[in-house]
Structure formats: C-alpha cells, structure tokens
Design a protein around this ligand. Structure first.
Ligand SMILES: Nc1ncnc2c1ncn2[C@@H]1O[C@H](COP(=O)(O)OP(=O)(O)OP(=O)(O)O)[C@@H](O)[C@H]1O
Length: 277
C-alpha cells in the first residue's frame, strides 16, 4: 500500500483515515480572531436574508460588540450596498483587508473585488465555494466578537460547502410568511443537525404591514405559522419584522446603520445569551 496522503478523494483504501470523522474547516488567517460565527440562511433568494444579516450586525455593534459580515452570497452580493461601501478591498503580504463601515463593522464581499459591481458573477459551484473559503482564511478579521455570514440562498451544494468549511456557532433561519416555511425550516434543521450546529432561531421577515395612518397591522402575505413551526422543531422565533419602507430604503440607499426600530432586539439578546463572548 502506498503512503497515505490523507486525500481520500484519490484513494480507494477503506482505512481508518477514511472512516474517521474529518474536520473540513478551513484555517483562519494567523492575524485573525473571530469569537463567534453565525450563519444567516434562507430557503430562497429575496426574502430579506441580507437585510437581517446587516441589521443583526448593526444591532450587536450598537451594543459595543465588534461585528463583521462575511458575504458568502457570491452570486447576489448585497452587503456592501446596504452599508454604502463602494471602495475596493486592499491587501498586503499578510492577507486581504476587509472594508470597514462608518460605524466600524468589517465587511468582505465579492463586490469589493470586482472591477465593476454590476458585472454578474457567473461562476460554477466549486469556484464560488473556493472564494468563500478564501474570505474566511485569507481575510484579516481583527478582534471580531460576532461574525455574521450571509449565506447563499437554499440548502444546495454551495451552502453545504460553506457550512463545512467555516466553523459555525449558530444558524438563523430567515423566511417570509408566504413561503413553504415548514419545509424550509425542516431542511435547515436537518442540515444543521448534520453539521452539528445549533439553530438559534427563526426570523419571519415581511411579517405584516403597519398602517402609518391608523396603526392597524395587515397580514399582506397571509397569516403567520412561524410560532407553530418553531415549536414543532424545538426552536424559537427571534423576530417578526414588518414590511417597512424606511427599512427597505435604508438598505437600498446604503444607510442600514441608521435604521430605527426595535425588531432585532430580542434576536440580539438571544445571541448575547446563547453565544457569550
Ligand atoms: N422587512 C422589509 N421591509 C421592506 N423591504 C424589505 C424588507 N426585507 C427585505 N426588503 C427588501 O427586499 C429586497 C430583498 O431583500 P434582501 O436583499 O435582504 O433579500 P435576500 O434574501 O438577501 O436576497 P438575495 O438572496 O437575493 O440576496 C431588498 O430590496 C430589501 O430592501
């Protein structure tokens, strides 16, 4: 038998090395320090995953924690836009330097590397997951308390590779009321179990619309089932976020750090309690 290279993909031997559980996590840059990593996932695109990721980083930053966002949504990167960042990331001999927002949140996204941010990223799965791995291992993440990872939507191959390569401490699932929430939560829970990462809870986005004139709440996308589903899967509801034109405007105009609202307070409390830094 030839000498073991520990690369099971090119070897047919059924030895102890193959059957032992393998740690596929990428190594962090030597100059980085990240205490807790939270992935934000959704069943499909457009349900507000980036908005929730941004708002959570802002909320915990407001509480005095150093926060960061790794934008792993390579084909739909919306984090730099939410924070109004247009500069390109720079690097030195030790690694890539993330861009820092006005209030001090560190960010890395493929949009900070593209020549033209409106260019589509038409990359195949392995290139996408390779980029995310580099965002973890080659970026210098300095003294981060909480890092939020804006995951690629869905539970397919790319999010799975991201799950495997970054050591996650918890997962937040974002869904909207009109989705097949039960199925999405079920898939996310199974994926989390497979990876041995706890689900911190569910966020229902676009939950209702509060009429600015009469104050009445309207369920635009129908009744919510999120409480029942959370109970069914033994998890909790972290937030019910309304459809809010001001919130949308803050994300779409690069001023998410200025958003006003208490919708993310409970979620931030839970993170502070569950993942102490
Ligand atoms: N609660 C909300 N109220 C109003 N607008 C919202 C809300 N949540 C999200 N939006 C708007 O919906 C759009 C999609 O949101 P966002 O980019 O956060 O979704 P996403 O799930 O990250 O999508 P993708 O996976 O395609 O990046 C944005 O223009 C955002 O401003």
């Amino acid at each position: 038998m030839s000498e073991c290279t520990h690369d099971c993909s090119s070897c047919a031997q059924n030895c102890a090395s193959r059957t032992a559980p393998q740690d596929l996590h990428e190594k962090l840059n030597d100059l980085s320090s990240v205490k807790k990593v939270i992935a934000v996932v959704s069943g499909k695109g457009g349900v507000g995953k980036s908005l929730v990721t941004s708002a959570m980083a802002v909320e915990l930053n407001r509480r005095g924690h150093k926060t960061a966002i790794l934008d792993a949504d390579i084909t739909g990167p919306s984090i730099p836009k939410a924070f109004g960042i247009t500069e390109r990331a720079k690097g030195n001999e030790f690694g890539i330097i993330p861009e820092t927002t006005k209030t001090g949140i560190d960010i890395m996204s493929v949009n900070l590397l593209l020549e033209n941010t409106t260019d589509p990223v038409v990359w195949r799965g392995p290139v996408i997951s390779g980029t995310v791995k580099q965002f973890w291992s080659e970026v210098i993440w300095k003294d981060v308390d909480y890092m939020f990872v804006d995951m690629p939507p869905g539970t397919g191959d790319v999010p799975l590779t991201v799950f495997q390569s970054i050591p996650l401490d918890g997962i937040i699932v974002v869904a909207s009321p009109q989705e097949l929430v039960s199925m999405i939560v079920s898939k996310a829970v199974k994926m989390a179990e497979l990876m041995n990462v706890p689900i911190l809870g569910l966020v229902e986005n676009m939950s209702y619309f509060k009429c600015p004139d009469c104050g009445k709440e309207h369920k635009i996308f129908g009744d919510s089932h999120i409480d029942k589903i959370a109970a069914e899967y033994g998890t909790r509801v972290l937030a019910k976020v309304p459809i809010d034109p001001d919130l949308a405007k803050s994300v779409d105009t690069g001023t998410v750090e200025l958003f006003v609202g208490d919708w993310f307070e409970n979620a931030a409390n839970t993170i502070e309690d569950e993942l102490k830094v």
